[in-house]
Design a protein around this ligand. Structure first.
Ligand code: SF4
Length: 415
């Protein structure tokens, strides 16, 4: 990719934009559903469903973290929380539905023990190899007995929050990491043959530098991962008083996107290619092949090979979705634990919003043409999309894959 052209476009399109993992974003929700209406929505199409468990526990707080987490909690609290999630699940009365996918996110899902997961699977009624399991995990503390258990139950995707590979950068953001241990964990993990092994990296971190990428090169050479996600570091104003060094060592715009460019060039060298804004998969992976074939899907949790019409989110702050509706649980741990029914925010999509949701999902999962409509001359001129022979259809160019979020924002305004 031409670096100069990339920078011109980053400068032009750079503006805050949502990640469009669901639509509309929560700030636009109208709270126009009662709990009874939400319950009816969930039961409208109950053939199969996906489950999301939000695990809010972490051993330590990373200073940049914007998640709603509970640090260093005793085992009894974790067990009580699991019991509450099981109670929430049972309140839906959906035990006859087929569960296709289970997602564990957080927080740190691997802060729970093997016994916690055994108990949870039994209570939910999940058998071994019954569904596809995806988990977000802290790679600094992998319990391989837990990995084996999850593997037996269908673990096919694991994504590790790594953030960077430079000791000074990791220290300054409050996420000290033993990189040798991290690497040996990734090596050991290979034995479990998990289909999709991904790392999350941040760009725009204080002190970030090109040298740390030599570590990334090593793990790519050793084929320890086959996927990656990149996220911009948000040095929000309220951090400034707490972490003055972040401001002192803040990279400028060119350095920030220069780092992004270095990473994507390196990933490309090892055939890990963009699917959507910030998401990359190896060209031999099932995710990438589904992307080429136009059959990859996306839900609130990210890309997935198959998707059910309903995602039931369990736990504090968890978001659930159906074809027409969205719902969020309470974001306050204590409220979630003590409320009979956690129903904090909701939204029933208008027909325009349902159409946008469909278009945005296709934008971020397909290499095939997409029917959009609208005047998109500017995007064509900038080389982000090409218009198909069929009027009103577009295809995103390889360059445009890095700007999907911005294409979505453009469409949101123009359609
Ligand atoms: S491990 Fe992840 S969720 Fe937990 S504090 Fe660190 S960044 Fe936040």
């Amino acid at each position: 990719m031409n670096k100069e052209k990339f920078f011109q476009l980053v400068e032009k399109y750079h503006a805050p934009a949502g990640r469009y993992n669901y639509y509309p974003r929560i700030s636009q929700w109208e709270d126009n559903l009662t709990y009874e209406q939400w319950y009816a929505q969930v039961h409208e199409d109950e053939d199969s469903l996906d489950l999301y468990f939000h695990i809010p526990f972490c051993d330590k707080f990373c200073h940049f973290c914007g998640c709603n987490i509970k640090v260093n909690q005793p085992e009894q609290i974790k067990q009580k929380y699991l019991e509450k999630m099981v109670k929430e699940w049972k309140s839906y009365d959906l035990s006859a539905s087929k569960i296709k996918n289970i997602f564990f996110g957080g927080g740190t899902p691997n802060s729970l023990s093997l016994e916690h997961y055994k108990w949870l699977f039994e209570e939910i009624g999940i058998d071994k190899d019954q569904c596809d399991i995806s988990i977000e995990a802290d790679p600094r503390k992998l319990d391989f007995k837990l990995i084996q258990l999850l593997r037996d139950y269908g673990l096919s995707s694991i994504s590790f929050g790594v953030q960077d590979f430079d000791q000074d950068v990791l220290d300054i953001i409050g996420r000290p990491t033993d990189l040798d241990k991290l690497r040996s964990n990734l090596i050991q993990l290979k034995e479990y043959k998990i289909e999709h092994t991904s790392i999350d990296l941040l760009y725009g971190l204080p002190l970030q530098n090109k040298e740390s990428l030599s570590f990334l090169r090593e793990i790519l050479k050793e084929k320890l991962i086959n996927s990656a996600s990149l996220y911009p570091f948000a040095n929000v104003p309220w951090f400034q008083d707490f972490y003055p060094l972040w401001t002192e060592h803040k990279p400028d715009f060119k350095e920030k996107y220069g780092h992004y460019f270095e990473i994507i060039t390196l990933l490309e060298e090892f055939d890990i290619l963009p699917i959507s804004f910030g998401h990359f998969a190896h060209k031999s992976s099932r995710h990438y092949r589904s992307f080429l074939a136009g059959s990859l899907r996306r839900n609130i949790m990210g890309h997935t090979l198959e998707k059910s019409p309903i995602l039931v989110g369990l736990g504090v702050s968890a978001i659930s979705s159906t074809a027409k509706a969205l719902k969020q649980n309470s974001k306050i741990f204590e409220n979630y634990m003590f409320q009979d029914i956690s129903f904090d925010r909701s939204h029933l999509r208008s027909s325009r919003e349902s159409k946008m949701e469909k278009i945005f999902e296709e934008l971020s999962t397909r290499n095939t043409t997409i029917k959009t409509g609208g005047d998109l001359e500017e995007l064509i001129h900038d080389g982000l999309i090409c218009s198909d022979a069929q009027k009103g259809h577009i295809q995103i160019t390889p360059l445009g894959r890095h700007f999907v979020q911005h294409i979505a924002r453009f469409l949101e305004k123009s359609l």
